[in-house]
Write a protein that binds this ligand. Structure first.
Ligand code: 5CU
Length: 374
């Protein structure tokens, strides 16, 4: 079985909003009469192709069939509602969450099963100036929707990031309802870091996106939020960005900073072991590394971190879940299989130390458990 946990949509109502706008984020029609998408900072004014794969459910299901994906946990694509006023964000969040529940609930079931092929992650109207009660209403709406299993969240929060103390009641409600939070980037990092050479979207997407996620989740950890909301279930996009690689350095920097250290109940690496990671890393070595380090995370405090690498990888694989990033990164020809699927599946198949149980877990079993799809 194959379950895709990182797959996006712009539902028709959202695409209409993007079409109605004259500044980015927007969908425009070019001189050739083709729709183009303009969402990233510094995107050329020509934008890039956008079409039914972003909003048409049949296109999503066809993509799933073409790649043997049985179930998708669909989430809204960036930049979500970030650019809207509080009243617009609030009403669009409500409508989009309703739309997504219907999109999933009326999807076909798996053959000889009562499981739907589509489940969803809703969204919150997280914009500066929104009231906390509006956010709590959205959390409650999502929790009541039978096919929504959580929500996707960007890194801005109410404008001050996801470590903003003002969000504590929201994290508390999310934790109480047992909802998954899929933390996903959009803004990258300051584009002056990319220099003057024309490198298209390579640097913002390959480096900026993962580093944005790294910064956001690290700030969340440093704020002590995991100590306040220890049952939070956060899934990190793109295999956690660079947090796994930097976690021991982070722990060391905290050790040398008494103020930050006094805020945390645990060694920084402990919190790594409370996270989940999509397996959208495109290479077996990266998956191996993340699974190994994640499994050791909780053991640093007991001084027992140097155990067997291969056993650690098996254990850590339980926190990793297959994803595609559809409909981003399409191939040049529509008949081709998407590299994002093929490469990520090949990577899962070739991790040294993962046996068939671990591969099956990352492909499907972990997601079914994590999202309570049964
Ligand atoms: O290619 C891109 O711009 C993106 C994006 O915006 N969001 C995403 O999830 N993947 C790729």
């Amino acid at each position: 079985m194959l379950v895709d946990v990182h797959t996006h949509v712009y539902l028709p109502r959202y695409a209409s909003w993007l079409r109605s706008r004259s500044i980015a984020p927007r969908i425009l029609v070019n001189e050739a009469g083709e729709e183009r998408l303009l969402i990233l900072e510094n995107e050329t004014s020509a934008g890039r192709p956008v079409g039914p794969s972003y909003w048409d459910r049949n296109a999503k299901l066809n993509f799933m069939d073409q790649h043997g994906i049985d179930i998708s946990v669909v989430s809204f694509a960036n930049p979500w509602l970030d650019f809207l006023s509080p009243p617009d964000a609030e009403s669009l969040a409500r409508d989009l969450n309703t739309d997504l529940e219907e999109y999933c609930a009326t999807s076909p079931c798996l053959p000889s099963s009562s499981l739907n092929r589509l489940y969803g992650l809703g969204l919150l109207p997280l914009v500066p100036g929104i009231s906390i009660s509006s956010l709590l209403q959205a959390v409650s709406q999502i929790a009541k929707a039978p096919h929504l299993r959580g929500l996707i969240m960007g890194t801005k929060g109410l404008g001050k990031g996801i470590d903003d103390d003002a969000l504590d009641p929201v994290w508390k409600a999310i934790e109480e309802k047992g909802l998954v939070v899929f933390l996903h980037p959009h803004y990258g990092v300051d584009s002056s870091a990319w220099g003057d050479k024309e490198n298209g979207h390579v640097l913002p997407l390959a480096l900026g996106f993962p580093f944005e996620t790294t910064t956001a989740i690290t700030r969340f950890i440093l704020s002590g939020a995991f100590d306040r909301f220890p049952s939070s279930r956060i899934l990190l996009a793109h295999s956690g960005g660079t947090l796994p690689q930097l976690s021991s350095r982070l722990a060391s920097c905290i050790d040398h900073d008494p103020i930050v250290a006094s805020r945390l109940k645990h060694d920084a690496r402990f919190y790594l072991g409370k996270l989940w990671f999509d397996a959208v890393a495109y290479g077996p070595e990266e998956l191996a590394f993340v699974s190994e380090i994640v499994s050791r995370a909780g053991r640093y405090e007991s001084g027992n971190s140097n155990t067997k690498a291969l056993a650690d990888r098996k254990e850590g694989s339980k926190r990793m879940l297959f994803g595609t990033d559809h409909p981003f990164f399409p191939p040049l020809s529509s008949s081709e299989k998407w590299k994002s699927v093929v490469e990520n599946l090949e990577a899962i198949d070739s991790v040294a130390g993962w046996g068939e149980d671990e591969r099956e877990g990352v492909r499907a079993g972990n997601a079914l458990t994590f999202f309570d799809i049964q």
